[in-house]
Design a protein around this ligand. Structure first.
Ligand code: NAG
Ligand code: NAG
Ligand code: NAG
Length: 914
């Protein structure tokens, strides 16, 4: 009772005090002190930041000035700390109020004084930092001398330039220009520097970026983002901010190839001020045909690349033509020397012409070739573009067949310096009808096309390109044309082709003359958003046969109106051109079309009028945004020539009704033959119907969903081979999404299966995949299958290149031991071809191997992890011979907490921390 009374009294007193404080505005001076102390704390924070920057520049300060400044900063820090302690000591207002009146000087006043002092210190510090930055500092000495390195033998003739470029990494200059004629070997130098720089000087990141003609900021940004493995941002500014904040505190080497004009690297997001900055080395190498451009980009130091002297030229030529070809007959060496001399010391020509001559057998053939070369070069001065043009022409004429020549030419339809995916290129060749027509199926055509590609590669008419997905530079999956070779190819086709690809066009070219006789037109990867208003305009007289518009993401409807009279068109590519909902009916007027690519758009339905295109052989509608695209009954059977119908969608989209049945009805009733079919299906019955149509109809890509609530997936099972054999034989790509299946048994032979994706299979408990069932499986992706606890079966896939596991809440280890079909403890598990490993959102994943054993990933190039908090170790054993580094895209804290078997293992990973 008494206690309660006291409590009430106390509350009333306190309440009164609060009322007095609030309404009496007693708190004003206190709030003022709070504000000032906060201000002071911020200022000190900034001062300390400045100090650490300065210490990075001058770890052991030399000047008295700097030392005195550092001492005063220390004193200021101490004083402020005691002031803050006094201020924070009284958190209760009443107490602080008392303190306010009793203390010798009000805190606010003291804080204000200190603030002034701190600001003055900051100004002095900034001045000191500026002086430190302005004094050029040499980067740390080279780890090894460039001369000691072993480089690829074919780069021997460029060796002096490579050495000089590598030495630049250890000197005071921030930027280096490498300049010289096209084909002289600038790109080779940059590529070798990229390969070898890690042995000479440590950089966090090395970026080789092709700038090429008409390069835009956005294009450069895309390259940088792809090379670094950063996330895309929607606008140019946001991209720049992302790149800047990533690179700001890193040391990096930027190699810019093929620069044609001054580039604004600041807008791209590359941190400015190169050289030694805050203890980090930032360097840039610019390769250009023009010395002035190098100077314009701020290179004080420059290397001029010259053509080779006679001796070096001969050995490069000899290496490419081959000893055997040269010594086949005693008369040949003398002729060969003359042929080599015609190359005027230009490495590109020595290599390609050397290759071209390697197949010549008799002295007569050599003499003829020499005549041709001399004739073609009469009119041009050595080292000029015209001269190189005639050298490339010689090699082009020497290709083994018209088909090889045509296939080579088609590569020039892509933008300059573009890495072209081999699969995409081959599809284009097939669509253009460049390959012989008699192949039984698409796989056979692809195999044949690969042999043509290797002819072009051996002749060095094409070179290896980059694969960003696999972080491989260069890679065996992509090719590229040397810009000199591409220029030459476009010259051969002058007047007959119109190629303005990847040059940032906002509307189609207006010059009528360009269009008039153009048979092949490529305007791909531009930003065409406007087109002539009147039907046609400059296009009205044009009658091309091939038109490539892919990658113009907002192609206006007007453009389609302008081209609907192109009735000679046989090949039209409109992949990713922003078609929304309604099918563009203008296409139905192009009655001679054989190849039509409308992939990656948002088309709701196909019109019956599409049957107008009676010659259509290839219809690609892959990765359409809507899976439930409506296809009118009877349409497919009216397209009597159709060989490829691709309606496959890899992504997960909303559930749909049974729209696809008409297609199968059509195929059944018409007895059509399709070399390749891609579809999505939602009942097992439809799969069986499809299987019965084999081998006339080959199902290559299937996306299965729903499956009428079936508990198991019979499509890959040997037990059901009688029903599904036709599909098992032909399937290349299989996705199973959103179904009730509890188990997947894959023990039937599926010789062509390369890609499987399982997603949203909530009831799936496990996958039993027999060894050797799908010997060519390359890619496995599993997402949102929460009942799956491990994926031991993937360790038996000898061709596995890409493994992507996401959002599987039940997964505890990736691979289990012998009892679950894995390896015995202590045995090494090898993934001989794995290039990409993604582990995303696996909250329970604790280990790659349950027994803690090791794995070998000799080809690993890219690891992506996010949301795997319990995974603490990548149990990798490095391959015996120098393995390339793998890029790891992950969270900073995760990376920091990883445990490593040794520093050696750690050194195989290059983290990109987000
Ligand atoms: C079908 O082709 C004819 C020409 O053969 C053309 O006149 C007609 O407009 C086309 N139909 C559609 C819907 O485009
Ligand atoms: C056409 O579409 C397919 C997908 O259906 C795509 O992979 C291909 O790259 C596209 N372009 C060419 C030139 O084939
Ligand atoms: C792996 O799959 C997830 C989910 O489908 C996707 O978001 C991610 O980009 C994929 N990773 C790679 C490297 O392809």
């Amino acid at each position: 009772m008494e206690l309660q009374f006291t409590a009430i009294l106390a509350s009333v007193a306190l309440g009164g005090a609060v009322v007095v404080l609030v309404f009496g505005r007693w708190w004003l001076p206190l709030a003022d002190a709070d504000r000032r102390v906060k201000e002071l704390a911020d200022a000190v924070e900034a001062l300390l930041q400045l100090r650490s920057e300065l210490l990075k520049e001058e770890p052991a300060p030399e000047s008295d000035q700097t030392r005195a400044w550092l001492r005063r900063v220390q004193e200021a820090q101490d004083e402020v700390a005691s002031l803050k302690a006094r201020h924070d000591g009284g958190q209760l207002y009443v107490f602080r109020l008392v303190q306010y009146f009793l203390s010798t000087g009000p805190v606010a006043g003291l804080a204000e004084q200190q603030l002034k002092a701190v600001r003055a210190l900051r100004e002095q510090g900034s001045a000191l930092l500026e002086t430190a930055l302005a004094t050029p500092q040499a980067p740390p000495p080279l780890l090894r001398q460039p001369e000691e390195l072993e480089l690829q033998p074919e780069t021997r003739s460029a060796r002096p330039y490579i050495n000089e470029a590598l030495r630049f990494l250890g000197d005071c200059d921030a930027s280096l220009g490498v300049w010289g004629a096209g084909g002289v070997g600038k790109t080779t130098v940059l590529k070798q520097v990229r390969e070898a720089c890690g042995l000479v000087a440590p950089f966090d990141h090395v970026l080789l970026i092709a700038a090429s003609r008409d390069c835009t900021v956005a294009k450069l940004q895309r390259e940088v983002i792809a090379v670094l493995g950063l996330r895309d941002a929607p606008t140019e500014e946001a991209q720049a901010a992302g790149i800047l904040s990533f690179l700001r505190d890193k040391s990096f080497l930027l190699l810019l190839d093929g620069v044609w004009e001054r580039l604004d690297l600041e807008r791209v997001g590359i941190p400015q001020s190169f050289g030694m900055v805050a203890g980090r080395v930032r360097k840039v190498v610019i390769a250009s045909r023009s010395e002035a451009i190098c100077a314009d980009m701020g290179c004080r130091k420059k290397i001029k690349m010259e053509c080779l002297n006679e001796e070096d030229a001969w050995s490069l030529f000899e290496a490419n033509a081959g000893d055997e070809a040269i010594h086949r007959h005693p008369q040949i060496p003398a002729l060969a020397k003359q042929v080599a001399a015609e190359c005027k010391g230009l490495p590109l020509a020595l290599v390609t012409i050397g290759r071209a001559m390697s197949s010549k057998r008799t002295p007569e053939e050599w003499a003829d070739a020499l005549d041709d070369l001399k004739k073609s070069q009469l009119s041009s001065a050595p080292g000029t573009d015209k001269n190189t043009l005639s050298l490339v022409k010689f090699c082009y004429d020497n290709l083994e067949s018209d088909m090889a020549r045509e296939c080579f030419m088609a590569c020039a339809l892509w933008p300059e310096d573009h890495s072209i995916s081999k699969d995409e290129l081959i599809q284009c060749w097939i669509g253009l009808g460049l390959l012989p027509a008699e192949f039984a199926d698409v796989d056979e055509a692809h195999r044949f096309a690969r042999s043509v590609l290797s002819v072009l590669e051996t002749a060095r008419m094409v070179e290896q390109g980059d694969n960003h997905r696999y972080n491989m530079f260069p890679s065996d999956t992509h090719i590229r044309l040397h810009d000199v070779v591409r220029d030459a190819a476009l010259q051969f086709a002058a007047g007959k082709w119109l190629v303005h690809a990847g040059v940032g066009l906002r509307e189609p070219p207006r010059e009528e003359a360009l269009w008039r006789d153009a048979r092949r037109v490529s305007l791909m990867h531009n930003s065409i958003e406007d087109a002539p208003a009147k039907a046609g305009g400059s296009l009205s007289e044009a009658q091309p046969e091939t038109l490539l518009l892919q990658g113009n993401r907002a192609l206006p409807r007007r453009m389609l109106q302008a081209i609907q009279h192109f009735t000679r068109l046989t090949y039209l590519d409109m992949e990713e051109t922003g078609i929304v909902d309604v099918f563009p009916m203008e296409i139905c007027c192009l009655v001679n079309l054989e190849y039509l690519n409308l992939s990656k758009n948002r088309i709701l339905s196909l019109p019956m009028e599409l049957s107008n295109l009676s010659g259509l052989k290839y219809l690609y509608l892959r990765d359409n945004y809507y899976i439930q695209i409506t296809i009118p009954p009877g349409l497919i059977s009216r397209l009597g020539k159709l060989q490829v119908l691709e309606l496959f969608t890899g992504s997960i989209v909303s559930v749909a009704d049974d729209y696809i049945a008409p297609v199968i009805d059509d195929l059944e009733s018409s007895g059509a033959r399709l070399g390749a079919l891609g579809l999505w299906l939602d009942s097992t019955r439809d799969v069986a119907r499809l299987a019965r149509l084999a081998p006339g109809v080959r199902a290559r890509s299937l996306h299965l969903r729903n499956l009428d609530g079936a508990r198991s997936l019979p499509v890959l099972s040997a037990q059901h081979a009688a029903e599904f054999g036709g599909v098992q034989e032909s399937i290349r790509e299989l996705s199973v999404y959103s179904a009730d299946v509890e188990e997947i048994v894959a023990d039937a032979r599926a010789p062509r299966l390369e890609v499987v994706k399982f997603g949203f299979l909530n009831k799936l408990r496990g996958v039993s995949w027999s060894h050797g069932a799908a010997p060519n499986l390359r890619e496995v992706a599993i997402g949102a299958c929460h009942g799956v606890a491990h994926l031991t079966w993937v360790q038996h896939l000898p061709h596995l290149e890409s493994l992507n596991i996401s959002g599987c809440n039940g997964m505890t280890t990736l691979l289990r031991g012998a009892t679950d079909g894995g390896s015995a403890a202590g045995e090494l598990v090898t993934f001989p071809r794995l290039r990409l490993l993604a582990l995303l959102g696996l909250p329970k994943l604790e280990a790659i191997r349950k027994d803690g054993g090791e794995c070998a990933f000799p080809e690993l190039r890219r690891v992506q992890t996010r949301g795997c908090p319990r995974l603490r170790c990548i149990p990798m054993r490095p391959a015996a011979s120098g393995q390339s580094k793998a890029r790891v895209e992950c969270d900073k804290h995760w990376w920091g907490a990883l445990q490593w078997a040794s520093d050696d293992v750690k050194s195989y990973f290059a983290p990109v921390l987000i």
